[in-house]
Every structure is written in structure tokens, then in C-alpha cells.
Design a protein around this ligand. Structure first.
Ligand code: PEP
Length: 253
């Protein structure tokens, strides 16, 4: 039985007042749940604030990105060691916005995954195809290419305890959700590719879905055999939505 995993990616949103209001509503709702893992991923500058608002709750703290280098002369970078020092246990790696808008290549994403692992952070590795790639029938080859880059750089053992997020780019922030069947098919494909390297790791790794997940569609997605939770963008900024998505993940499916 894989424990469901739900992460909120705040993206570049929030300010101190809004964060406080969000967490004040969210913390009691999440504290009432058991049987799931939840994580919130605010922008770097708010990690410390969110850490203290989370207090002693079970909800973990994650970052949205990390620098591939260790501490040193890398102006603007934030290292894995700094994330650990700030209280993070998780970090999103290879989000499609990083790939598309910040030029992150498969190799760079693989390097970041390695650095996260090497510093004791749980990477949440994002993979997914664009609309053009889906329409041209290349979804599996794109997702496989993104996956193989990390497998080749880090090996299958690095996936033990990691989280994968299948996020079709056409579904992120668009209000278009993949159907549970569409998402399940890609999740099963990812698991089968990992199983080719190690069946046990593949069976245990959490593969979560991201792309316009809301309270209204979460339960149907989470009921699919290979969907182990969600990576939530827009709905993570609304306490009641995020709490309801976490409640859907906590249900027995
Ligand atoms: C995301 O930011 O990873 C995401 C899935 O966003 P949204 O839920 O808004 O589509």
C-alpha cells in the first residue's frame, strides 16, 4: 500500500499576510487528517515564515527548485544545503515551467535530482508532455526521455523514496484536467519503465498527478490504481480547496 502524497506548489505567489491567512486556515484542516503525506512548497523567501506557521504539524516543507551547485560563488542560487537548513525535506525538480521558461534541460534536471538526493532531500521529479507532443502521439517517448535522463545519471536506487509527478503541460493552470484514464495510462507506463530497472522500487515509488486538480476532480483521479496523490498548483492557494484535495487523498479508494 503506497501512502498518498499531496504537495502544494505555490509557484511565485504569496506575501507574508496571505501566507499567514492561508496557513492559519490550512493547518487545523490538515492536522485532522491521517494516512497521507502533505507538503507545501512556497517561494524561497517565505520558507522560514511557512516553517514557523506549520509549527509541529505533520505537513512538510518543500522548495520549488534548487541550484545544482553546492554553496559558493553562484549569485542568486539556493543550494540543497540551504534548503535543508531552512527546514525543507522536499524539493520540486524539473517543473515544466522551469523547463520551458528557464531553459532547464533533461540533463540539468537530472543533476538537480542527484544533488537533492545527495543532500537528503526528497525530490518531486516532474515529467510531462506538451499539447503538441500529445497530439503527435509522442507522450510516452517524451516522458520516457525525461525519466531516462535521471535514471542514467542517478540509477534506479535513487528513486527509492522519491516522488514522481506526471504533469501534462497542457493541463497545468489551464483548467483542463487529464481524465483519470488518460493520467492512469501514463502513470502505468512510468511505473512499467521503472520496473524494467527494479520491480520493487517501481512498485513502491509514488507517482502523483498534477494539472488542474481541484476538490471536484481529486477523488476520481486518486481512485486510479497508479495515481498516488497530486501536485497541486492553483488550488493549493485556497485553503478549503487544498484541504478538500488532501481529504480526498486520505479516503480509502
Ligand atoms: C503545478 O503547478 O504543478 C500545477 C499542476 O498547477 P495547477 O494545479 O494550477 O494546474
Amino acid at each position: 500500500m503506497r501512502v498518498k502524497f499531496v504537495a502544494g506548489n505555490w509557484k511565485m505567489n504569496g506575501d507574508r499576510a496571505a501566507n499567514e491567512a492561508l496557513l492559519t486556515a490550512l493547518v487545523p484542516a490538515l492536522s485532522a487528517l491521517s494516512g497521507i503525506e502533505s507538503v507545501v512548497c512556497p517561494p524561497f523567501v517565505y520558507l522560514q515564515q511557512v516553517k514557523s506557521l506549520l509549527g509541529g504539524t505533520k505537513t512538510a516543507l518543500g522548495a520549488q527548485d534548487l541550484c545544482q551547485f553546492g554553496n559558493g560563488a553562484y549569485t542568486g542560487g539556493v543550494s540543497a544545503a540551504m534548503l535543508r537548513d531552512a527546514g525543507c525535506s522536499h524539493v520540486i525538480v524539473g517543473h515544466s515551467e522551469r523547463r520551458a521558461l528557464f531553459g532547464e534541460t533533461d540533463d540539468l534536471v537530472a543533476e538537480k535530482f542527484a544533488v537533492a538526493r545527495g543532500n537528503g532531500l526528497v525530490p518531486v521529479l516532474c515529467v510531462g508532455e506538451t499539447l503538441a507532443e500529445r497530439e503527435s502521439g509522442t507522450t510516452e517517448s517524451v516522458v520516457d526521455r525525461q525519466l531516462q535522463a535521471v535514471l542514467q545519471r542517478c540509477g534506479i536506487s535513487a528513486f527509492r523514496g522519491a516522488v514522481l509527478a506526471y504533469e501534462p503541460v497542457w493541463a497545468i493552470g489551464t483548467g483542463k484536467t487529464a481524465t483519470p484514464e488518460q493520467a492512469q495510462a501514463v502513470h502505468a507506463f512510468i511505473r512499467s519503465r521503472l520496473a524494467g530497472a527494479d520491480a520493487k522500487v517501481a512498485a513502491e515509488v509514488r507517482i502523483v498527478y498534477g494539472g488542474s486538480v481541484k476538490a471536484a476532480n481529486a477523488a476520481q483521479l486518486f481512485a486510479m490504481a497508479d495515481i498516488d496523490g497530486g501536485l497541486i498548483g492553483g488550488a493549493a492557494l485556497v485553503a478549503e480547496e487544498f484541504a478538500a484535495i488532501c481529504r480526498a487523498a486520505a479516503q480509502k479508494h
